[in-house]
Design a protein around this ligand. Structure first.
Ligand code: MG
Length: 379
């Protein structure tokens, strides 16, 4: 292959980040080659993606065994293990939701592949472990999530100690709502994010600010800073995605309209920046003012829970992820109220017996335990 051509394996190709990743591939077909596509349920969309991108490999656990044996347009069905370690893959994009990305991320890093990390749970659950594996195997974790991606852009070319990281949060769909109003929030309302268009799980996590707690944990591991060096600020315009303060007090910010395709493109084409006519431009005069507020922790109980238990490390963050997954899903199905999400998570956390000398399986088991426990609490 042309050395400028990057071979990618895309896990979660039919979801929000997956389809936007393929938008970037469409823009740069001579730079990015899809080697593997993986999806769980949306078989129709996956098969049209296979027709369009003609990957060498695909993975879809829900397909019938006859269909798996058929070569779909020349593509061969394989396990995700075989896909992420394939010799033609340079970069694995993890665009799935939940802890399903953890094992493939570990396998990819161990075989020396870089991982463009769009999945939060894997690094939240096993941050230290992933960073250690990457270091040992000379592979890299490249953040796709817009805030860590913005930090990565800000520190580019800097050989300086970071003194502080500011992560911005829009405040989500329920910012400025009273407690009474929050009691009545429906899934449809909570799914209306003010600035970003994302999948349902992350949109609800943005409304509770659990997503922001996850991003603090993510940044802690990716950029090797102390917990107290990371500050979250509400920035309703979602134009500045993160800011980095250096030791001399100088602060760099990354600014761009809220569109996930920019951080995806940055991670895929790194270190190159290339023109993409699809991406909007920042207009300072049209924008007028950029505003910032501190986070009112009383308004966002999930945020405090996320930070408190993220810091504790061990299997705690895995339990946080597992409980959050079930709580959010139950809210979306109308089984619990929006305000019950932190209650379910907290009740799950307080019954957990953590492990601290941990290996990969412990994180997965803790998340599974938390899902079952949260289900039990809800029922
Ligand atoms: Mg984000």
């Amino acid at each position: 292959m042309d050395s400028r051509l990057i071979g990618i394996a895309l896990l979660g190709s039919t979801g929000s980040i997956g389809t936007q990743t393929l938008d970037i591939v469409r823009q740069f077909p001579d730079r990015i080659k899809v080697v593997g596509l993986s999806a769980n349920n949306s078989t129709k969309l996956l098969s049209s993606q296979i027709d369009e991108f003609k990957p060498k490999l695909f993975n879809c656990p829900s397909l019938s065994s006859e269909m798996k044996n058929d070569k779909l347009n020349g593509s061969k069905h394989c396990s995700y293990e075989d896909m992420v370690t394939d010799k033609d893959v340079d970069l694995v994009v993890t665009a799935t939701v939940g802890d399903i990305a953890l094992l493939p991320t570990v396998l990819a890093l161990k075989s020396g592949k870089n991982v463009a990390l769009a999945n939060k749970e894997s690094i939240v659950m096993a941050g230290q472990l992933l960073m250690d594996i990457a270091k040992k195997n000379n592979s890299k974790l490249l953040p796709v999530d817009s805030e860590p991606n913005a930090i990565w852009q800000c520190i580019r070319g800097e050989n300086q100690t970071l003194s502080k990281l500011f992560i911005t949060a829009s405040g989500g769909a329920m910012r400025n709502m009273t407690d009474q109003e929050k009691q009545k929030v429906t899934p449809a309302l909570a799914l209306k994010h003010p600035t970003w268009t994302m999948g349902p799980k992350i949109t609800i996590d943005s409304a509770t600010l659990m997503n922001k707690a996850f991003e603090v944990i993510e940044a802690k591991w990716l950029f090797d800073v102390e917990w107290d060096q990371i500050e979250v600020v509400i920035h309703p315009q979602s134009l500045i995605h993160a800011m980095v303060e250096f030791e001399d007090g100088s602060v760099k910010a990354q600014i761009s309209p809220p569109d996930m395709r920019l951080p995806i493109q940055y991670a895929l084409l790194y270190p190159e920046r290339m023109q993409n006519p699809q991406l909007g431009k920042f207009d300072p005069v049209k924008t007028g003012s950029l505003t910032f507020e501190s986070v009112d922790v009383n308004q966002y109980p999930c945020f405090s829970l996320g930070l408190d238990y993220g810091r504790k490390n061990g299997t705690w963050p895995a339990v946080l992820c597992g409980a959050d997954e079930v709580a959010v899903e139950s809210f979306l199905k109308g089984k619990i109220k929006f305000v019950d999400i932190p209650v379910v998570i907290k009740e799950t956390l307080v019954t957990h017996n953590p492990l601290f000398e941990t290996k990969l399986e412990d994180y997965l088991e803790a998340a599974e335990w938390a899902r079952n426990k949260a289900e039990e609490i809800i029922n």
